[in-house]
Structures are given as structure tokens and as C-alpha cells.
Design a protein around this ligand. Structure first.
Ligand code: SF4
Ligand code: SF4
Length: 211
């Protein structure tokens, strides 16, 4: 078997290429273990317009957005196991409930994931999965994925959360502390231009605060 990053946001993506990797595994008769089915939480906390699509589709008995993402991965024929990072008992119960009486995604639900995918791709600024491989090598201990989370939140909702930035930068390097050494980019599986994005983040959060 092989372990692959598979979720509906990366299915047609040019970086993680979930769909293409899955087809290669299938061609070679390999079963698949799925990682990142909820893409680091991105598909569990849908922004407002995407959440509206989701609620319009399911109505008042809507399941959680995370369960849609997990069922997407589990609906693939060659998938053996779906791994998902969980940080509360509520998430454990939700994730296991949707697998207990498992129902594969219908064609209409698959079409819904494609509509949400199109919206998210148009809104997200940085395709960071919060794997934190970059932070392991950063000499300035910059909280890179946390800052990218704030950048994406701003891109999707227009909200700036200075309080979070202050909290992160109290114990970690600030975005403007970046030495441009590039070590983080060598470790990033998503090939994100981290140095460039940190500059953008610093302009948004630090320059604006200094004015
Ligand atoms: S380029 Fe900046 S963020 Fe990346 S490892 Fe070096 S100091 Fe850290
Ligand atoms: S290595 Fe890349 S994807 Fe992972 S947390 Fe860092 S920036 Fe995000």
C-alpha cells in the first residue's frame, strides 16, 4: 500500500495532485492510506460563502463539513484507511460517526465538493496544510503556518486578527525577522514561496500596525 495526501481541494491540484497520485497507485494495484483528508482543518471550517453552499445543499440536517471531506476520501475504491488529525473528543465522535454507517458520496455531493473547491481555490492566498515541516528548520523560529492561517483568513473573510498575531509573535519570530535563508522552502511539500508570502504577511500585519 501507499500513503497519499488526498482531499477534495487537492484532487485536481497542481501541487499535491491527489487525483493523479491516486490513479497511479490504482494502476499499480496498490491500496491507499489517506492523510490530510480535511487539509489541515481547511475543509472543516468553511468560510461563509462556501458554508452557504453547504447549508443550502443539506438543509437543516446538515452534517459537519469535516464529515463531507472524510467521506470523499473514504468513497474511493482503493482506500483502506483514512487518517485524520483530531484535537477534541467532539471531532473524534464526529469523524467516527460518519464512518460507522458509511455511505459513499452521491454524484450530487461530489458536485457540491467541486463547487466548494472552486470557491476556496479562488479565495485562499496560501495553500499551507500546517504540517510545520518548515518550522523545524527555521533559525528564527517563525510561526510560519500560523501566520499563513491568518493570511488565508484575511483573504477569505477580510478579517484581521491582530490579537492572534501578537500572541504568536510573543513566543516566536515575527514575520519581518525572516533572514531569507530559504531553508523552510526546501522543507515545504506544498512548494510555497514562504519568503515572499511572509513579506506579504508582514506588510499586512506589521507595516499597518506601525502606521
Ligand atoms: S527563509 Fe525566513 S522563514 Fe524561512 S527558514 Fe529562513 S528565516 Fe525562517
Ligand atoms: S512546510 Fe509548507 S505546508 Fe507545511 S506548514 Fe510550512 S508552509 Fe505550510
Amino acid at each position: 500500500m501507499v500513503q497519499l495526501q488526498i482531499n477534495y481541494l487537492d484532487w485536481n491540484g497542481s501541487v499535491a495532485q491527489s487525483g493523479r497520485c491516486y490513479e497511479v497507485a490504482k494502476k499499480h494495484g496498490k491500496k491507499v492510506i489517506v492523510m490530510e483528508p480535511v487539509k489541515g482543518g481547511t475543509l472543516a471550517r468553511l468560510p461563509e460563502p462556501a458554508m452557504q453552499l453547504f447549508c443550502d445543499f443539506y438543509g437543516k440536517d446538515a452534517p459537519s463539513p469535516a464529515s463531507l471531506a472524510i467521506r470523499f476520501a473514504a468513497s474511493l475504491d482503493e482506500v483502506l484507511v483514512v487518517l485524520s488529525g483530531m484535537s477534541s473528543m467532539e471531532q473524534v465522535l464526529d469523524n467516527t460517526a460518519c464512518m460507522q454507517n458509511f455511505v459513499p458520496l452521491s454524484a450530487d455531493e461530489r458536485a457540491l465538493t467541486e463547487r466548494i473547491e472552486r470557491f476556496l481555490k479562488s479565495a485562499i492566498a496560501v495553500p499551507c496544510t500546517a504540517c510545520r515541516y518548515c518550522t523545524e528548520v527555521c533559525p528564527k523560529d517563525i510561526a510560519i503556518p500560523d501566520y499563513f492561517g491568518l493570511l488565508n483568513l484575511h483573504a477569505v473573510t477580510g478579517q484581521k486578527t491582530n490579537m492572534y498575531y501578537q500572541r504568536y509573535s510573543m513566543n516566536h519570530g515575527k514575520a519581518s525577522d525572516c533572514l531569507a535563508c530559504g531553508l523552510c522552502e526546501k522543507n515545504c511539500p506544498q512548494h510555497i514561496p514562504i519568503r515572499e508570502m511572509l513579506k506579504e504577511f508582514a506588510a499586512l500585519y506589521e507595516d499597518a500596525a506601525a502606521k
